[in-house]
Design a protein around this ligand. Structure first.
Ligand SMILES: [Mn+2]
Length: 433
């Protein structure tokens, strides 16, 4: 890949400066874990297996509907986005997969993009279709819906876009299609609820019929926005029913921000796991609505509780357990690479912490209806600082003990600012539901 890259020797040199402190932290943590009958090395080995995908749209500065403030050195095309993803992967070592947004990041030459990804140890895991805005030259508008539009010609155009995503995804070596639609209404009476859902299923059946045998179809629900009165696929129940109607390879995707304020997301996750329809996640965090803030930045305990349900299902051998994790955030005030590295680590942290839960003690407390003891079991795992475990796993895989510090010291952003003079209109990145 052309241009400046952070060299492995640079990472190793910086790691050398932090090794003594890391060793001391690991020793202290090892004693603490040993008291709970947990082997430090086993936790490090498990941490090393965690994987989370980075969104192609996440490496550019995001924005809100009120504006966007692009930063220096933003990627101007999908190959430059790939270079940024490769930099993230090189430092954190848990993000080899990229979720690609179509058409924002449609490559002219899919084979060249797949080859460039492979050269950096990366691959495209999922393609995300977009029928929530109109593209230049598009024949029909999605102003009043896409896959559920009342006009069959608009629905056909939206279906064909998804079929096009499948074809492109195949050329890229992807294995999943994520579908989120903005379809809904702003006025009572505007849309016939049952009719819209029937049209959604009809459109999705055509897409599902074209799904390659080894692919998955992810249905992403969202409570509201941009439709502010009703949304066709607004909750996990609707999403579950549609996935069940479509077939085994249709699964539900849970975006952490797509729920009512105060909703218990972990029980939604538990229900979908129990019903065999949990496909994966779009991870982010929120304070008010679908804020697309950095994963774990607002409520790391909620993130932990979600991962607790996941680890519990894994350890219980729940049939079909195989969720994928993807970041889906908008970076408005940070260097997007720093946000993505930090967020990937926060997801890994929550997963490792959830793996420390003493499930026998928890089951015992639950049987005895000892609420305080049950909560204490969760809190003991959540309060365990596994930072040294994550750092050790990264270092052993060739990554950085402190990814953000090494990134800043490397001068990567400054180099990219020189290599990538700002294009009018910025990097063209945005927000995906
Ligand atoms: Mn999402």
């Amino acid at each position: 890949m052309a241009g400046f890259a952070i060299r492995e020797e640079f990472i190793a040199d910086e790691n050398a400066a932090g090794e003594a402190a890391l060793a001391a932290d690991l020793e202290a943590l090892s004693s603490r874990l040993a008291r709970d009958g947990i082997e430090l090395e086993e936790v490090i080995a498990r941490a090393a297996t965690f994987r989370i995908a980075v969104p192609s749209w996440g490496v550019g500065t995001g924005g809100t509907r009120f504006g966007r403030f692009p930063g220096p050195g933003e990627p101007r095309d999908v190959f430059e986005k790939l270079a940024d993803c490769a930099t993230i992967y090189r430092l954190v070592r848990i993000t080899p997969a990229i979720s690609l947004h179509i058409p924002w990041d449609r490559p002219d030459d899919p084979a060249a993009l797949a080859a460039a990804a492979a050269a950096s140890g990366l691959h495209i895991d999922a393609v995300n279709s977009n029928t929530f805005e109109d593209q230049p030259g598009q024949r029909h508008s999605y102003k009043f819906g896409s896959l559920t539009h009342t006009d069959p010609a608009v629905r056909r155009q939206a279906v064909e876009h998804n079929l096009d995503c499948l074809a492109l995804g195949r050329a890229l070596g992807a294995r999943a299609l994520s579908v989120w639609i903005a379809d809904g209404s702003n006025f009572p009476g505007q849309q016939h609820f049952r009719g819209a859902l029937e049209r959604y299923l009809e459109s999705l059946r055509t897409i599902y019929a074209a799904l390659p045998a080894d692919w998955r179809l992810y249905l992403e629900h969202k409570l509201y926005e941009p439709a502010f009165y009703s949304t066709v696929i607004f909750d996990w129940g609707t999403s579950y029913w549609c996935a069940r109607e479509l077939g085994d390879r249709a699964l539900c995707l849970v975006d952490l921000g797509h729920h009512a304020p105060g909703a218990n997301v972990e029980i939604v996750v538990s229900r979908l796991l129990q019903l065999g329809k949990l496909g994966g996640f779009h991870l982010n965090d929120s304070q008010y609505g679908d804020d697309d803030l950095d994963t774990g930045s607002i409520d790391p305990y909620r993130l932990f509780r979600v991962f607790h349900e996941l680890v519990d299902a894994e350890r219980s051998g729940v049939a079909g357990f195989d969720p994928v994790y993807m970041l889906d955030q908008s970076h408005n005030v940070t260097d997007p690479l720093e946000s993505l590295m930090t967020s990937a680590e926060e997801a890994q942290r929550a997963w490792v912490q959830a793996s420390l839960v003493d499930r026998a003690a928890l089951a015992d407390a639950q049987e005895r209806n000892d609420a305080i003891a049950a909560m204490a079991v969760l809190k003991r795992a959540f309060r365990t600082d596994v930072s040294p475990v994550l750092a050790a796993a990264r270092q052993r895989a060739g990554g950085a003990i402190d990814p953000v510090a090494v990134y800043r010291l490397s001068g990567y952003r400054e180099e990219k600012a020189r290599e990538r003079p700002a294009a009018p209109g910025g990097g063209g990145s945005g927000i995906v539901g």
